[in-house]
Write a protein that binds this ligand. Structure first.
Ligand code: ATP
Ligand code: MG
Length: 419
């Protein structure tokens, strides 16, 4: 992509009511636009990163047998009355609306109810189980506080997977597979080293649920990390009994602020019983389906990556989620230098190496460097009169202080080796 053609530009200013670091950097970089508190649009660079995060999640969900669908945002009141989750007294984050004939509708904040109802159309026998179904779908939540940038929105995409199993034993295996899939997702997204499987409250059917909490000062949750065990405990459930249960010594705990990037939850038969989602066992018995739910917010994940990995100059994207792999900078107005940079651009494109080419004229070198630091693309490649005099181009990783001069051939093998 040519930066001279990109409709977004980097900015010095952010909306005066913006207080979160992730939104500040993403807005300044032209990744997102703030429509209002808790509502952000994704622009070309931001959408590229969001799509990469979604693709990582999709691959890992497919790898554990997930089947992708999309449910509607519009929700039927009668469906939610079956589980007593329609009333605003019970669920205080609903956005509701009305048809012209006054029939009430809701905008989905989660999808256990409609999916359980849908699965009743297809599951009736032990032969139909187990199944896992997931979606990337827009959720609406009337959150009280929306000050954490894209980490807490009133409209956001969620990946939600729901599992349907014959019994608790079968469910446990799916649950463990999903737990491992989640670990792979956060590792690939570049925050594996900061993310802890965190014991949280489990509801009626299970002692615990598991949250994936990424440690950051910008987090709204408090967790206690047991580094020696590689796990954490949410403050909400920390008791002597839980510590004993998990074999954790209180002295080994370190209190941390953290943000929940994902969670996995045993639903049991709460929803299947409400919607009469039953199946016939091999012996001819009727039993309720045993369910689980597994959520991740791709936008929240994107925001946490910015919170965790940026520096005072800007964002630092891990390779798998960066909008581009290479930021190619042309410096100076010299015709041969320009020609050389265009050649490098064409070669990278030909090799399918994703590149943003800063081909803008009339922009000073210092500004191009500052923009490159802000956008945080993993490799910065500079073609200038000086680099050509020194025998090639200059390559520098976003995380490195100094670059080095290499030939175009060496650049290609460096970039191809890393992918
Ligand atoms: P929190 O406790 O932070 O409010 P939650 O427990 O309500 O989150 P879930 O309902 O389990 O979250 O949603 C699953 C995932 O969706 C969360 O782990 C998070 O990654 C994401 N998510 C939840 N709420 C939001 C939001 N308001 N904006 C962006 N992402 C969200
Ligand atoms: Mg939670």
């Amino acid at each position: 992509m040519l930066q001279s053609k990109l409709f977004t530009k980097t900015k010095k200013e952010v909306p005066s009511d913006e207080v979160s670091k992730n939104a500040e950097l993403l807005i300044r970089g032209g990744f997102i636009n703030k429509e209002m508190a808790g509502a952000y649009s994704y622009l070309p660079l931001g959408l590229r990163t969001l799509s990469k995060i979604i693709q990582i999640i999709r691959e890992e969900m497919d790898a554990v047998g997930g089947q992708e669908i999309t449910l509607t945002a519009l929700q039927d009141k009668t469906t939610w009355e079956k589980t007593d989750r329609w009333s605003d007294e019970v669920v205080d984050i609903w956005f509701k609306t009305k048809l012209k004939n006054e029939t009430e509708l809701g905008l989905g904040f989660t999808h256990e109810e409609p999916l359980t109802k849908l699965m009743k159309e297809y599951i009736s026998s032990y032969r139909d189980l187990p199944r896992s179904v997931y979606q990337f779908q827009t959720k609406f939540r009337n959150e009280t506080r929306a000050k954490s940038g894209i980490m807490r929105c009133r409209e956001f995409i969620m990946k939600d997977l729901y599992s349907f199993a014959k019994d608790e034993e079968e469910h446990k295996k799916i649950y463990e597979d999903l737990k491992e899939a989640y670990k792979r997702i956060f590792k690939r997204a570049g925050i594996g080293h900061l993310t802890y499987v965190t014991f949280a409250s489990g509801g009626v059917f299970s002692k615990y649920s598991h949250e994936f909490q990424m440690v950051t000062g910008a987090g709204e949750d408090t967790i206690y990390v047991a580094e020696n065990k590689g796990i954490a405990i949410n403050k909400e459930v920390l008791t002597d009994e839980v510590l004993e249960n998990l074999g954790v010594d209180r002295a080994d705990l370190v209190e941390q602020r953290a943000v929940e990037v994902g969670n996995i939850f045993t639903l049991g038969t709460r929803f299947s019983e409400a919607f009469d989602l039953m199946y016939q066992t091999e012996a001819g018995e009727k039993k309720p389906v045993f369910m689980g739910s597994y959520g991740i917010g791709p936008g929240r994940l994107m925001g946490t990556i910015v919170e965790a990995l940026s520096d005072d100059k800007g964002m630092i994207w891990p390779e798998e989620v960066a909008p581009f792999k290479v930021h190619l900078l042309l410096l100076g107005e010299n015709a041969t230098t320009k020609e050389e940079a265009e050649k490098v651009y064409a070669l990278l494109e030909e090799k399918d190496i994703e590149v943003l080419f800063d081909d803008r004229t009339g922009v000073m070198a210092g500004e191009k460097f500052a923009d490159a630091d802000l956008l945080g693309i993993p490799y910065r490649v500079v073609v200038s009169d000086r680099s050509l005099k020194e025998g090639g181009i200059e390559v520098k990783k976003r995380t490195e202080e100094k670059g080095k001069n290499i030939s175009v051939e060496d650049l290609i093998s460096l970039l191809e080796a890393k992918s």
